[in-house]
Design a protein around this ligand. Structure first.
Ligand code: LLP
Length: 444
């Protein structure tokens, strides 16, 4: 039998293809790359690079589209704050009618500060601590998603001692493989998250007998960057069965929090469809008299943001061309951490139509993992030329560190033809401002 020809690697999307899929980005002959109506080079000139830029119009449009898809189910959207927790973004989400899914006392405070009402806040997470649980009980948030029998006991003790009764959903681990990167799948039995299906009914009954907690329903979240509805359907079907079992046993189950996870198109994936997600929720959990919720992060914020960077230099070693940027893995860690692919587009109109050739696009940090892209097609870029690293609005700035004594990058919000710095670049001295040298070392 003749050997099969190797399947060619899918061609990388061109700059034009990347822009075509992102209506809020456009390339203009004079002004170069625009986000909404603002030339990104004007922001880079004024603020410097690296710099995060987020589009308010995109956030609003995506939230409206998601809410519209879930409207027939009257489902509540709770934005997963972890994706991008900036106060301005949370304010925008609140104005667009979203609540918040938080995973720490800090995120809860951010959501409250931004004006998200407590009764629109849900608290998730596998290791909530007693002070955080108390803070949630005192704030009167909508619901705490409890992830274990152990946590339920602690919450009951903390809430009842403070004279509160909190609404609790049990987070179920439905043992479904979301088919996503191993580091961001959460719904398999061997992941740390949630309560096993086999013990959930007994724990629900136990919760109903405890002081300080009122079991109101179930929650689940099976993973992130999910591209098909099949895992959702499988997981929701299991949860629907559990709702029926609990109700048959006389329990009240009035809410299901269906989690987040809807994927976006970084490279050439088909973007997760809110309508299909809503369809999966409706097919499995609709018509059961449940208050339904979802908690998406990436789908709302990911495509709305980008990271601006400048070229430091290009070099060729052992026949390999490296384009070294002033942004690094400490700014955007996703390529190093998950081998994530992000589109990278030059800001200059002339650069965007110049002949391209193969280059690795790297940062200045002293690790080979500090690589944004391998063998990417880019034109030769002179020092100081700028690029935009796309789809960095979710799990971008929030995952930054100051590794290699690199201050946190500035953040800017664009809204139509307006823009504002929403967080200045971290002053370098603040990196060591709170460090002290012990007396016995200080004496010289
Ligand atoms: N709800 C819970 C309980 C979660 O743990 C998460 C995300 C979400 C909602 C929102 O998921 P989303 O809709 O954004 O997929 N840093 C990784 C992603 C980690 C996701 C963690 N949990 C990345 O950069 O790909």
């Amino acid at each position: 039998m003749a050997a099969l020809a190797p399947v060619p690697d899918t061609a990388e999307p061109s700059f034009a293809e990347l822009l075509a899929g992102r209506p809020f980005l456009s390339m203009h002959a004079q002004d170069g790359l625009l986000l909404e109506d603002v030339p990104l080079s004007a922001i880079a000139d004024a603020v410097g690079t690296p710099c995060w830029v987020v589009s308010a119009g995109t956030l609003r449009a995506r939230l409206a589209a998601l809410r519209a898809a879930f409207d027939p189910l009257r489902a509540h959207v709770h934005y997963a704050v972890k994706a991008n927790d900036h106060l301005a973004i949370l304010r925008l989400m609140a104005a667009g009618g979203a609540g918040a899914d938080v995973v720490s006392g800090g995120e809860m405070q951010r959501a409250l500060l931004a004006g998200i009402p407590p009764d629109r806040i849900v608290f998730s997470g596998v290791g909530k601590q007693p002070p955080e649980l108390l803070q949630a009980a005192q704030a009167g948030i909508a619901q705490i998603n409890v992830e274990s029998a152990e946590e339920l006991e602690v919450l009951s003790a903390v809430a009842s001692a403070a004279g509160h009764s909190v609404a609790v959903a049990l987070r179920i681990n439905p043992d479904v493989d979301a088919g996503t990167h191993a580091k961001i799948t959460t719904g398999r039995a061997d992941n740390k998250f949630g309560i096993g299906l086999d013990t959930a009914a007994a724990l629900y009954a136990h919760a109903a007998s405890l002081p300080g907690v009122r079991p109101v329903g179930l929650a689940l979240h099976i993973g992130s960057q999910i591209g098909t509805t099949a895992p959702y359907r499988a997981a929701f079907a299991r949860v629907a069965d559990l709702v029926r079992t609990l109700r048959a046993a006389g329990q009240t189950v009035s809410r299901v929090d269906c989690g987040g996870g809807l994927g976006i198109s970084y490279r050439d994936e088909v973007e997760g469809s809110p309508a299909a997600f809503a369809g999966a929720v409706g097919a499995m959990l609709g018509g059961m008299g449940l208050d339904l919720m979802i908690e998406p992060g990436r789908w709302l914020a990911g495509p709305a943001g980008l990271l601006l960077a400048s070229v430091v230099l290009t070099k060729t070693t052992a026949g390999r061309r490296f384009t070294v940027l002033d942004a690094a893995m400490n700014d955007l860690v996703r390529p190093a951490m998950y081998d994530a692919w992000h589109g990278i587009v030059p800001l200059g109109a002339a650069d965007a139509v110049a002949a391209v050739s193969d280059t690795d696009i790297v940062g200045p940090v002293c690790e080979t993992g500090d690589t944004f892209a391998r063998s990417r097609l880019l034109p030769p870029l002179a020092p100081h030329a700028r690029v935009a690293i796309l789809d960095a609005g979710a799990y971008g700035s929030v995952m930054s560190s100051t590794y290699n004594a690199r201050p946190l990058a500035a953040q800017v919000m664009v809204d139509g033809d307006r823009w504002a710095v929403i967080r200045p670049r971290q002053p370098l001295e603040s990196l060591w401002a709170n460090e002290t040298i012990p007396d016995w070392l200080a004496a010289r």
